[in-house]
Design a protein around this ligand. Structure first.
Ligand code: ATP
Ligand code: MG
Length: 444
């Protein structure tokens, strides 16, 4: 992409309505525009990152054996009356009437809809296990939408639902989700810690929230600092193996890590040596939940078991806050100049800055670099505007591409360009070809 042909409406002024860094930077970098409270348009740069995150989520869900599909945003109230949640959900649910005066709603989540699909088509235990998921817009009429996409009213969520014959099988699905979530967040350059969460009215111990530590997080968290040393890395886990998935769950959840809802000071002090006790704030970027037969019993989602008897299926639901993740990643990775995208989610792989637009040698070298990078399957963003170097650098720093190639007549006389890391600020001179190879290797 060439900047003169792109749509990147960066703001010079710091928007006064934004209270936290990620919201400020997303507005300044021209990634989003608010259309009404908690509802945003995704401008090209923001949309690109959103798609990258979505892609990682898809890849990791499919790797875990979960099946993608798509359910509608608008649902019928009748299904929610069956589960009893139509009245319980309260004011967060956006209720709509269609022209025939039928009660509809904009889905805040999809347990009812997916259970209805399941009961219509699945009859036998032989069709289990089954995990279906989608990535779809949700609406929750939050009392206090704030912090940009972090707490929106309309937001993009991956929500997955497992259907299993019994509790053990459903707990394996739970563990599979935990593993796939750890992998997903690490690919996005994030450390998200599974913390024991509150089962709410359904109760039970089988729910974890994934939290990214950040001062601006809305949740208060308490944890054993040893937990931050855990890395999932690129280990190969067999998602069909019950003991392998269980071992990951144990490794990542045996140490104390809880949100304020489940925090127990006594247990904390007893289990964690004083020097490792941490109190901090975190951003919830996902949650996994086993809830047994709550919906299957209420809605008659049963299968014929091996013994010929009908039994309600055991279910769980598992969510990732896809749009919130942009905010969380920026909170975890920025400086006073702007965003610093982790390579896994960056909107463009690198930037090319032409220090002297109109200079034949500089223009030619930039074009050559651009084509060579594209030929390697990479997406560079070429700043081909006739702007001062300082303005070009400021834009690149603001939008946070991890690598910048700077091209100028003086360097070219020596046959070199400059490659700069956004994260460390370190620069290195090398030939254009070597720079292309290096970047291709980084993303390889
Ligand atoms: N208003 C929102 N804006 C953006 N993302 C959200 C919002 N509400 C929930 N999410 C994301 O969707 C994920 C799954 O939804 P879930 O039902 O667990 O949310 P939740 O527990 O109600 O979230 P919260 O406690 O932050 O309100 C959450 O972990 C979060 O990352
Ligand atoms: Mg939650």
């Amino acid at each position: 992409m060439r900047l003169t042909r792109y749509f990147l409406p960066v703001l010079k002024e710091t928007p006064s309505e934004a209270q936290i860094a990620s919201h400020r930077l997303m507005l300044r970098a021209g990634m989003i525009k608010q259309s009404s409270a908690g509802i945003y348009s995704w401008l090209p740069l923001g949309y690109k990152v959103l798609r990258r995150i979505e892609q990682i989520v898809h890849e990791e869900q499919i790797r875990a054996g979960h099946i993608p599909m798509l359910m509608p945003t608008i649902q019928s109230a009748d299904l929610w009356r069956e589960s009893g949640r139509y009245d319980d959900y309260g004011q967060e649910m956006l209720r709509i009437k269609d022209r025939h005066d039928r009660d509809m709603l904009y889905g805040p989540t999809n347990e009812e809809l997916i259970t209805d699909i399941f009961r219509a088509h699945v009859n036998s235990y032989k069709d289990l296990p089954l995990t279906l998921y989608h990535i779809q817009w949700k609406f929750r009429d939050e009392v206090r939408p704030r912090f940009g996409v972090m707490r929106g009213r309309e937001f993009l969520m991956k929500d997955g639902y497992n259907f299993d014959l019994d509790k053990d099988a459903a707990l394996h699905a739970y563990n599979r989700h935990l593993v796939s979530y750890l992998r997903s967040y690490e690919r996005m350059g994030l450390q998200a810690i599974p913390m024991r969460a509150d089962g709410g009215p359904i109760g039970g111990d089988y729910t974890h929230e994934f939290l990214v530590l950040a001062e601006t997080g809305e949740s208060e968290v308490f944890y054993d600092s040893a937990i931050t040393d855990l890395k999932f890395g690129d280990r190969a886990v067999d998602y069909d193996s019950v003991p392998e998935c269980q071992a990951v769950l144990e490794e990542f959840t045996s140490r104390y890590a809880r949100t304020d809802e489940t925090h127990d000071e006594g247990v904390f002090n007893e289990q964690v040596p004083e020097e490792r006790r941490r109190t901090a704030r975190g951003i919830e970027v996902g949650q996994i939940f086993y809830f047994g037969t709550k919906y299957s019993e209420a809605m008659g989602a049963t299968v014929v078991g091996p013994d010929g008897q009908r039994t309600p299926v055991h279910m769980g639901s598992h969510g990732i806050g896809v749009s919130r993740l942009l905010g969380a990643i920026i909170e975890a990775s920025h400086d006073d100049k702007g965003i610093i995208w982790p390579e896994g989610v960056t909107p463009f792989h690198c930037g090319i800055v032409n220090l002297k637009q109109g200079d034949a040698a500089a223009d030619g070298a930039c074009e050559g670099l651009y084509k060579a990078l594209v030929a390697k399957g990479l997406e560079p963003l070429y700043d081909d505007r006739s702007e001062r170097a300082g303005a070009k650098f400021a834009t690149m720093d603001l939008i946070g591409l991890p690598w910048r190639i700077t091209v100028g007549p003086r360097g070219l006389e020596k046959g070199v360009i400059e490659l700069t890391s956004r994260r460390t600020g370190e620069s290195e001179e090398l030939s254009p070809q070597a720079a292309v190879d290096r970047i291709a290797h980084i993303y390889g």
